[in-house]
Design a binder for this molecule. Structure first.
Ligand SMILES: [Zn+2]
Length: 135
């Protein structure tokens, strides 16, 4: 599998805020962080200071292997930068992540397929963005 043959598209530099800086700092080191709530015990995505499930502010960062399954996806074939795929991954920890998929063969993507996070450089020198590829 050659990195240069993967189907992908340029990803704009992410907006880094105080709330999300730990995530992007970890991403720059190739580590995938999610947030977990100490009050309800559930993980959530995207990372927020306030738990979206129970509104507690008792949330902590947790390193995740970034593995899950494709919940749904769509291949965009008419794009000036070539075909690309976006969709949702259900992480093993539970939350759904809206993401770009990177694969040698986009037509081989399938709902239920196991995928894992990787980090793709973004435009403008910002931190790399999480994308998902088949395991
Ligand atoms: Zn909670």
């Amino acid at each position: 599998m050659s990195e240069t043959e993967t189907k992908t598209r340029p990803i704009p530099s992410p907006a880094v805020t105080i709330e999300t800086k730990p995530f992007w700092d970890a991403a720059a080191e190739g580590r995938f962080l999610i947030k977990r709530c100490n009050a309800c015990g559930k993980a959530h995505w995207y990372p927020r200071a306030i738990c979206p499930l129970c509104h507690s502010s008792d949330t902590v960062w947790e390193e995740s292997p970034g593995e899950g399954v494709i919940y749904t996806f769509s291949i965009m074939r008419r794009s000036p930068t070539g075909p690309y795929a976006i969709g949702y991954v259900t992480l093993n920890e539970g939350p759904a992540v809206l993401t770009n998929f990177v694969a040698d063969d986009l037509d081989a993507l399938a709902i239920g397929q196991k995928v894992k996070v990787k980090f793709q450089p973004t435009e403008g020198g910002g931190p790399p963005a999480p994308v998902f590829s088949p395991l």
